[in-house]
Design a protein around this ligand. Structure first.
Ligand code: NAD
Length: 440
């Protein structure tokens, strides 16, 4: 099948590469010439496990093309998948300019029937907007042409995006056009060979499903963060509580880890965008307002612990392990590490930070910050540091050389925003250990 993917970011690049890997011929379009040039030089602009080999293999086979040529991209695919960004606007709503620009471009160039499916996370009603924008462009060209619009929200997780795309839990297709549904079913058939995971539903339901899914997951995190903070005050241990409640099959173990708050390019913006849509619809979601508020506070919990232990942070150096918003990605959008670093620097401290993948991103972000040094290894971050703050749950931080760590830190204090270590072991090793919601 010939497929066009519009937007070659985390979702677009992974989707395009995985679709090509099943034998489709995929045209990946982006407006960012620099990104397309890098891809055409064989560079992968994002860190995503397993992605590079798939991109290279399919490019070499001629099934994956990267370009900024809009007319060619519209001409290529009967299926046009929109995967552009929907960043937050000032008021929290999803900024739809890129989605609508992509739709407009389709309307300006299409010569035959198309299925336009939106993979971007978009507010309810977007499919209708996409259709009317395309029809408006067709009218300007004095053309009348059939097209089908669909909502096809993407549920992949950064850090496991290839795996998620190749083995999806479900494929949601919001569409009313039977020909378009058949085409999308055919597109996704290779990724669900043992049983059908396609769910066909109304377009508006599909659009809302994506926001509801992310908001539910964000709610679990904020709930656990609040209970963790309470556990600290009451002398309970959140790890024991987590196991105690996760064992209930109605609750389950997923997304019950307390920490430094959720970040990334999806949860924070999607929670706010759904709140805004709900408020606009006259049905404010009170629960989500609390989820957001708890999360903002949780991003500052580690700094609170550090500043209580070191009331005078001027001149101190804090090592930060982990900058990406979660492990296995280089994405620092809305990462909790950024809030911590900002607070530490504002309090007069210096930061020596290390991340296994996000170093390049951090160097761009902190290019002008003289009190922030991004280093090449976990142990380099410790050199000359007064204490260690652990922010991202990368595998390589789980079992460090504790004696070396203790010898190098000026104060053997670890502020663990991910509860990676056992408080009893840490105590026996002579560390001051400050986890989230645990009995120490
Ligand atoms: N990142 C994730 O894990 C994830 C998961 C599921 C859904 N989503 C949703 O998918 C969408 C894309 O997210 P992302 O993280 O891939 O974004 P991204 O910022 O990584 O990529 C978006 C890309 O779209 C390009 N673009 C913008 N306007 C364009 C246009 N008119 N034509 C062609 N290209 C254009 C940008 O240059 C950029 O490369 C968002 O709505 C997001 O909420 C993201």
């Amino acid at each position: 099948m010939k497929v066009t993917v519009i937007g070659t970011g985390y979702v677009g690049l992974v989707s395009g590469a995985c679709l090509a890997d099943a034998g489709n011929t995929v045209f990946c379009l982006d407006v960012d010439q620099g990104k397309i040039d890098r891809l055409n030089r064989g560079e992968i602009p994002i860190f995503e496990p397993g992605l590079e080999s798939i991109v290279k293999r399919n490019e070499a086979a001629g099934r994956l093309v990267f370009s900024t040529d809009v007319a060619a991209s519209v001409a290529h695919g009967e299926l046009q998948l929109i995967a552009v960004g929907t960043p937050p606007s000032e008021d929290g709503s999803a900024d739809m300019q890129h989605v609508l620009a992509a739709a407009r471009a389709i309307g300006r160039h299409m010569q035959s029937w198309k299925v336009v499916a939106t993979k971007s996370t978009v507010p309810v009603g977007t499919a209708d907007q996409v259709k009317s924008v395309i029809e408006e462009e067709l009218r300007k060209r004095n053309l009348k042409m059939d097209l089908a619009v669909a909502s096809n929200p993407e549920f992949l997780k950064e850090g496991a995006a290839v795996e998620d795309f190749m083995r999806p839990d479900r494929i949601v297709i919001g569409c009313e056009d039977s020909r378009a549904i058949a085409l999308l079913r055919q597109l996704y058939a290779p990724y669900q060979r043992n049983h059908d995971r396609v769910m066909v539903m109304g377009v508006r339901s599909a659009e809302l499903t994506k926001y509801a899914a992310n908001s539910m997951l964000a709610t679990r995190i904020s709930f656990m963060n609040e209970v963790a903070n309470l556990a600290e005050s009451l002398g309970a241990d959140i790890e024991e509580v987590r196991r105690g409640i996760g064992s209930d099959p109605r609750i389950g173990y997923h997304f019950l880890y307390p920490g430094v708050g959720f970040g990334g390019s999806c949860f924070p913006k999607d929670v706010r965008a759904l709140q805004k849509s709900a408020a606009d619809a006259g049905r404010p979601l009170r629960l989500l307002a609390a989820v957001h508020e708890v999360n903002e506070a949780q991003k500052r919990v580690l700094f609170g612990k550090i500043s209580r232990r070191f009331p005078h942070l001027e001149g101190k150096t804090i090592a930060v392990w982990g900058l990406a918003f979660k492990a296995n990605t280089d994405d620092m959008r809305e990462a909790s590490s950024r809030v911590l670093i900002e607070d530490l620097v504002a309090a007069g401290a210096s930061v020596r930070a290390y991340d296994p993948a996000a170093g390049h991103e951090a160097r761009k972000l902190y290019a002008d910050a003289k009190n922030v040094t991004i280093v090449e290894s976990a142990m380099q971050a410790i050199d000359g540091a007064d204490a260690l703050a652990l922010v991202t749950e990368w595998q390589e931080f789980r079992s460090p050389d504790f004696p070396a760590l203790k010898a190098r830190l000026k104060t053997p204090a670890i502020f663990d925003g991910r509860n990676l270590y056992d408080p009893v072991v840490m105590k026996s090793l002579g560390f001051e250990y400050y986890p989230i919601g645990r009995k120490t």
